[in-house]
Design a protein around this ligand. Structure first.
Ligand code: ZN
Length: 231
């Protein structure tokens, strides 16, 4: 099942692409912070590698390893993903990180069907790195899918935007959030992995476990509050 809450159009688009074998090699997921871009990217990664009949099944080994941040073929780059060469915190996604993507993208998937690279905060990609990334977007290796996450298309070079399939995400209404949480409680499944640790890539990168991957929702395992008696 898809962990993404709401965003039906985007999820349906990806589901159809999966069914027809017509997924793009590069997606640009746009929307405000915490809207669910990372949740959708992780759902896509699970769906691409899932071994179940209804992808992503959420129970197979591939889904589980991606969910727990252990999958060798699913990588994240971002400014929160580690330190720069000089040892300080990253403020941009540089050429070294993009080259690492390109190096890994040239290899066959290690344990799954697809290598999935997520660039979290693509607006922080430097011009030099964006130019380098263009080459990969123009001639994508087989079995590689890249997902760029950004607040808006305006923050990226048009040449990058034009090579990606856009999925624009708008904030999910509280009613949709509530009904999704109620549904997940009813069928006894976990809420979206809001803090799933996924390995970052790059020689100077550390696991990005502190990153939130979805909208700020309460865990589904939390028992419901007792209702107050009427005054
Ligand atoms: Zn699965």
């Amino acid at each position: 099942m898809w962990n993404t809450i709401g965003h039906e159009r985007a999820v349906t688009h990806l589901k159809l692409g999966l069914e027809k074998g017509q997924l793009s090699h590069a997606y640009l997921l746009t929307g405000p912070r915490q809207v669910g871009k990372m949740s959708l990217a992780m759902d896509l990664a699970r769906a691409l590698n899932c071994l179940g009949d209804e992808r992503p099944c959420g129970v197979c080994d591939q889904c589980g390893r991606i969910e727990r941040g252990l999958h060798a073929d699913v990588r994240i780059a971002g400014v929160e993903a580690g330190t720069s060469r000089g040892g300080g915190s990253r403020t941009s996604i540089g050429i070294d990180q993009v080259r690492e993507v390109q190096r890994e993208a040239s290899l066959k998937p290690y344990e799954g069907r697809y290598r999935v690279f997520v660039v979290d905060g693509a607006e922080h990609v430097t011009s030099e790195a964006a130019n380098s990334l263009l080459k990969t977007l123009e001639e994508p290796p087989d079995q590689v899918v890249i997902a760029l996450l950004a607040p808006d298309v305006d923050v990226l070079p048009p040449t990058v935007v034009s090579r990606c399939q856009r999925l624009d995400l708008s904030p999910t209404t509280s009613a949709v959030l509530r009904s999704s949480l109620m549904a997940s409680r009813t069928i006894g499944v976990a809420a979206p992995a809001s803090s799933t640790p996924v390995p970052a890539w790059g020689s100077h990168c550390a696991p990005s476990g502190r990153r939130s991957h979805g909208p700020p929702v309460a865990p589904a395992t939390r028992p419901p509050r007792p209702s107050r008696p009427p005054p």
